[in-house]
Design a protein. Sequence first.
Length: 489
Amino acid sequence: MSDYDLVVRNARVVSHERDEPVAADIAVRDGRIALVAPEIGAGPGTEVVDAGGRLAFPGVVDAHQHWGIYNELAEDAGSESRAGAQGGVTTALTYMRTGQYYLNKGGPYADFFPEVLAAAEGRAHIDYAFHLAPMSRGHIDEIPDLIERFGVSSFKIFMFYGSHGLHGRSADQNSFLMTPEGERYDYAHFEFVMRGIQAARERFPDLADRISLSLHCETAEIMSAYTKLVEDAGELTGLAAYHASRPPHSEGLAVSIAAYLAHETELPTINLLHLSSRKAVDAAVRMARAFPHIDFRREVTVGHLLADITTAHGLGGKVNPPLRPREDVEALWEYVLDGTVDWVVSDHACCREELKFGEPKDDVFLAKSGFGGAEYLLPGLITEGSRRGLSYGRIAALTSWNPAQRYGLGTKGAIAVGHDADFALVDPDVHWTVRAADSESAQEYTPFEGFELTAQVTDTFLRGRRILRAGKPVGEPSGRYVHRPVARP
């Protein structure tokens, strides 16, 4: 008999390498996948779980979350990781920066980031890592140390922050970003960030393909002008007004600028985040043709694939970039289906109701930006994707394998020997209605309220340990910080 710690029997195992699942058992030893094969034997000390024919998806690598943006980081690491487990998420990559929100501090990352790690330690129910945003010249100098000492191999630029706040226009960006007096967060800074990351890639050649830069692509000047146009006209309200105030061509222009800067600085590893419209993805495709030596990766969120400005449940759907009209949602699905999109994420940012909505509560420009959604990532993508002909294997690539490879998570992203035993059991034939009250998130609402889904995560396993049973979190927090990049098995 075997000495496996866990055997999951009667599963249909999903892999990014094939469209359809394969009937097999999964054996786990010491937190890793030891064997995937039919009819695996189990010894007397082995835990046995009967999957009952459910799909076994690789644990979702949700490459875009925001813990600690509106709530204390320690709180979010607990509640929002439990919500993630409900969506099949076993690893969260969460964005972090200095400035207002998050820890509300400036200064060097050498001082700031240990506080981040300490706040999250022992709280999370899933594994996690952080992307960091170099907000100042000093942060650029810290990039090699962040890679070597702290295991941070991915970085971010918020292209609109130079002249626009998190929720709208802002007159004092230095105070908002907490950057040193006399420094500007602008295109020149973005260029120098790129040069700093490329210098680090050259310094660490063995890690270079897993050191990358992500960009939030919107153009502050266009957004500021259109926000004034929308407010002065007074004809639009709600999510339609917010969409019009941050138009899709603002995304397309920012993508184009980012691409040329990458070309100029010879930084080839560029991730274009949460592309929300046909114009944004079209610009990304055009830039890939113009600069074939740049390895662009294109990201879309599950929120932008599920909801539009009409179907989202109220102003809770305010997010940056905005939810779009239905024609943009359908365009994004075209790009998902034809392989243009590289991964799908949640962009999970828990914002409690009392903080989300301003006074008056129906003014979209006073509401805070962002919402949670990790708990609907795998169920939502399977529901909408399956009826459009998206294969299970492609879903596994979009949610697990592709982001794991890009972001240096060598032992994540596949149910394969040597990989971490991270996987989710999914019933693809259950109909259920999204209710915020059923989520483990601290957020009391969801823009997906009332949506009908046809797939549900029943059980989630992290390194062979069950963290979700029958849709409910179980056990104490066992998530670990992942020092990247991690070598592939």
